[in-house]
Design a protein. Structure first.
Lengths: 206, 552
């Protein structure tokens, strides 16, 4: 293959300028690509979606312990009061939680099935306990949940779900308020993702 | 000299007379339009006469924009049904059927939630030939997916992807991906339940692309927001009617240019690897494009159109349309279209990042690079036992994966819900709605008392017998979630009431609408949240015009 075409020749001025030209075009194209991506990205930021939803007072809206979860279809969550029975089956923590209605597998809406006493997804068959603990199916983690806030009648904060990742009690149900005039609110702008299946089994992760 | 108007005409009329001049001018125009064939040449093509010398039929191939795409002759061996099975040509024809029918559908379609579904109803009920065009668009799309897959299988089978056609194969794989993407983006446009949830699942797969930041960005770009909505529908529409067809047209031309450049591959025993059969074809093996190949392809086009039109005209095929998309309710057993069932099957196996993104990407990469990885220098079947065995192995895996993608596999919910879904599904018809309207006898019919069903309602009786068998088949004691769940004495009950009466032409009141309630009962039944009664209930209305019994 030793022909003249393989011999090294010095870069001429014209060749060099053409490389510069091509290079600047490439940079221009890359910048245009970035601009196009920015253009196509929906005008939506984390936190803009959802907001504080007032469920009602404890007296009116609090489900009984271990009763079937209550469906809030417009704001996409199930309000569940985890009593001793459900806590024993799930993560071991009793209290009040709001499960985000969307299956963590592929985005279908799971539903509570009374006779089998668990959440079941109609698409790929993931199953969860009332407190969101993974039971079976292809779902990668326990159910996502929303921040629950309990205030008194004047709006003073009494309890709220821990939303700082990896801190103790992250995403766990909050204690059921005893004062029936307290107000239950759910912040659908703050979605809490549990990092794995059985998040609260075998001790809380640190 | 002053210029005279129509000088050529006047000179020719003086020379030949008016009639001959008109004929000569028409002949000249025809020759210009066909870039080389005059009226007599065209008639001789249509009669099948041997061409004159020099052959005028070659000229369109060298001179015209359209005809120069085709070679002026084919090798005799590829003009028969084997080895091409005409699959590449049929795929292309189906793509053009899609473009034409798609253009018609676009006339009555607005990509906006709330409007899109109304547009579908209008196309189906209020546009002359609207349903026909929609059925045609949908059926041709399904045919196209089949044709493209088969085309790829055939190319693999005959070893046609080997040197010098490796790049042709790679562009073909890209066309396969574009075909599937076209079909998938079109799936959302009717904005019905089927569309909404199948596409939600697909877009959530994009969400799983690693690393998480990329996956989230891709899903947002595709869906136009955190949930599928107006922005997502518009994006899918633009992809479906603009970006993807543009890509398809570009790659069809690259693909076909390569096919013509290297010649169609001959049957394996007739062509050694690395041979280029496009130019070295002896005179006696040449079949001219005009007229032989063209007329043959027109016949295939005719056969294709019959295969498309007949099932639609005979009402065997109807493009499905379910209820309008409801973002707050997922129907039970939402499934992907049949050609995506294999991915749906993989997704049930576990991690969606691996099975939904990484594994398919590896497969596509393998497919793209396969001609460069396969070092076997022979195209003959006997020398390619491992490759052919692997091909059938992969087909087997796809069949099994597709079966795993069907709703019955690994997605089982409580038996009363399964029975309700089987007999009266939220979407589609199901056996109960298919009972003829006059056999829907008003009353409450129980599987515990089949004898009371009137004899003039045989279909009602048959469905109730099926329902009795389904409830009897439920094991009375099950262990679910480590807990004993009991379904003792399960039975089904169908309550039919008249919901609306109207006077017919003779003035007598006749039922025009009936309400059907399917209840499933057992001893330990919980309270149904929809009506506060114990048991599990499914509700529906059937109109005298519904025509479910005909399969619509």
């Amino acid at each position: 293959m030793a022909d003249s075409g393989m011999q090294f020749r010095n870069v001429s001025r014209r060749e060099f300028l053409n490389y510069v030209w091509a290079g600047s075009l490439a940079i221009f194209m890359a910048a245009s690509g970035g601009a196009m991506l920015a253009f196509a990205m929906p005008r939506f930021k984390e936190g803009e979606f959802g907001g504080m939803y007032t469920v009602g007072t404890v007296a009116e809206k609090m489900p009984a312990a271990d009763a079937p979860p209550v469906n809030y279809p417009d704001v996409k969550f199930w309000l569940v009061n985890i009593g001793p029975e459900e806590a024993a089956k799930g993560g071991g923590i009793q209290g009040l939680a709001a499960m985000y209605k969307v299956c963590v597998h592929l985005g279908c809406l799971y539903a509570w099935v009374d006779s089998t006493v668990r959440f079941e997804c109609p698409c790929h068959g993931s199953k969860y306990q009332a407190d969101g603990t993974y039971i079976e199916g292809p779902a990668p983690r326990d159910l996502d949940r929303f921040k629950v806030v309990i205030t008194d009648g004047q709006g003073n904060l009494k309890y709220e779900t821990v939303v700082t990742n990896a801190s103790p009690g992250y995403g766990a149900p909050i204690p059921v308020p005893t004062d029936s005039s307290f107000v239950i609110k759910v912040d659908t702008g703050i979605k809490i993702e549990m990092g794995k299946r059985h998040y609260y089994q075998g001790g809380q992760p640190t | 000299m002053t210029p005279e108007p129509f000088a050529t005409w006047r000179r020719m009329i003086k020379e030949h007379g008016l009639i001959k001049t008109v004929f000569l001018r028409v002949d000249d125009t025809v020759t210009r339009i066909t870039t080389g064939l005059n009226i007599n040449d065209i008639r001789s093509v249509l009669r099948g006469d041997p061409p004159g010398k020099p052959n005028p039929r070659v000229k369109p191939h060298t001179e015209s924009a359209i005809f120069h795409i085709w070679p002026s002759f084919y090798h005799e061996a590829v003009t028969k049904f084997y080895p091409t099975f005409r699959l590449g040509m049929l795929s292309t024809l189906l793509f053009f059927v899609e473009i034409m029918t798609g253009l018609f559908l676009m006339v009555y379609y607005t990509p906006a939630p709330g409007v899109a579904y109304d547009n579908m109803l209008k196309i189906l009920s209020n546009v002359p030939m609207g349903q026909f065009i929609r059925d045609m668009h949908r059926l041709a799309a399904e045919f196209m997916v089949v044709a493209v897959w088969l085309h790829m299988g055939r190319t693999f089978l005959t070893g046609s992807y080997k040197k010098p056609r490796q790049f042709t194969w790679a562009t073909g794989v890209i066309l396969l991906i574009i075909t599937i993407a076209l079909s998938y983006t079109g799936y959302l446009l009717p904005w019905d339940q089927l569309a909404y949830w199948a596409v939600t699942i697909g877009a959530s797969m994009a969400d799983a692309a690693p690393p998480p930041e990329v996956g989230k960005a891709v899903a947002l770009l595709l869906k136009g927001g955190p949930d599928l909505g107006a922005a997502g529908l518009l994006r899918f529409y633009l992809l479906h009617v603009f970006a993807l067809p543009l890509g398809a047209i570009l790659f069809i031309f690259v693909h076909y240019y390569k096919v013509v450049r290297h010649g169609h591959s001959l049957p394996p025993e007739m062509e050694q690897i690395g041979e280029d059969t496009a130019r070295k074809v002896s005179q006696d093996k040449r079949v001219p494009f005009l007229p032989d190949v063209l007329t043959n392809e027109l016949v295939w086009f005719g056969i294709l159109m019959v295969a498309l039109v007949v099932p639609i005209a005979l009402n065997i095929y109807n493009a499905p349309l379910e209820h309008a998309a409801n973002p707050s309710s997922t129907p039970l057993h939402t499934v992907a279209p049949w050609y995506f069932l294999f991915i749906q099957g993989w997704l049930k196996l576990g991690d969606k990042t691996f099975w939904g993104v990484i594994f398919p990407t590896i497969l596509i990469g393998l497919l793209l690079l396969w001609p460069y990885l396969d070092y076997n220098p022979s195209r003959r079947y006997g020398d390619r036992r491992i490759a052919l065995a692997a091909m059938f192995g992969v087909i087997g895996i796809f069949v099994v994966s597709s079966f795993m993608g069907t709703p019955g596999f690994a997605v089982v919910t409580a038996p009363q819900i399964e029975i309700g879904h089987e007999f009266m599904p939220g979407e589609q018809v199901g056996p109960i709605r298919a009972i003829p309207f006059d056999q829907m006898k008003v009353g409450t019919w129980s599987t515990q008392d089949l004898a009371s069903i009137p004899d003039d309602a045989p279909q009602l009786k048959a469905v109730m017998e099926e329902l009795a068998a389904a409830t009897a088949a439920v094991p009375p004691v099950q262990t679910v979630n480590d807990k004993e769940v009991r379904y003792t004495n399960m039975y089904g009950e169908l309550t039919i009431t008249e919901a609306q009466l109207a006077k017919d032409s003779a003035g007598t009141l006749k039922p025009t609408l009936k309400q059907l309630v399917l209840g499933v009962h057992w001893d330990e039944q919980p309270i149904d949240p929809t009506n506060g009664q114990p048991g599990y209930f499914v509700f529906t209305f059937v109109s005298v015009d519904s025509n479910y019994s005909s399969g619509e």
